[in-house]
Ligand binder design. Sequence first.
Ligand SMILES: [Zn+2]
Length: 292
Amino acid sequence: MPAPTAPTRRAIARLLAAGAGLTALAACTPDGGNRPPSSASPSVTSASASQAAPPSSAGPETSAAATEPGTVAAPAPTAAPTPTSPAAGLAQQHSLTDPASPWLVVNKHRPLSPADYVPADLVQPNIALAVSGESAQLNSTTAAAAEQMFAAAAGDGVTMTLASGYRSYGTQVATYNSYVASRGQAEADTASARPGFSEHQTGWAFDIGDGGGACGFQPCFAEQPAAVWAKANAHRFGFVVRYPWMFHQITGYYYESWHLRYIGVEAAMDMAAKGIVTLEEYFGLEAAPGYL
Ligand SMILES: [Zn+2]
């Protein structure tokens, strides 16, 4: 995207100056083993959560109404791109609801089904790892694409590490519950995806680091070579920066320059060519600023 570059830098600088931590709405809270959320940057996170008007704070009333006994359950998520969506033109179409589909869309309106889904083909990619255990795993398709992308980045002199990959339902339960216990649910929803709502559980998404760690999972990571390179090149390997700058009212999460999502080369290249930066818009889905 040619246009957003300069505003992005300025806006990031403004936010940093204001002390507003974009981690407040992180979809990517890393698991406790590597970087405990409670020690990540507590003052910034808790201060900004109340000031940043997180998208998820918009709908407590609707949330209560939806769970009242006797109300009809929400309709099943759309299973295919809408006929008029930009993605409808691609020769090969994929499911938007099957967790094993590269076009699966998970957001605050679209939980995984089943909620405790586990990818059948988890593998550890042959790339630089900053984590171990389940976090070092991806589904096999994403792992292969990551290997190609990391090698290409290295060829350009850019160090990229896998900072957080697969995260099981059980791990997400523990992470989310620890936030609820320490801060209450409203604030927990701004800091961690609810179990069953995280892209990390699908094996299609991961967070990158640069081996240094100073800006890991922080707004300033956007200025680091790994993020700059990924923003410019990830689509060539089938990835999108899933939570782009200033689209939190659509994606439900503030900018995460480190969180990449595999959707396939054809779709990622098509999105880049058309200047579309969210999966919601590309597949013709409703915006998902908060939980229903
Ligand atoms: Zn992430």
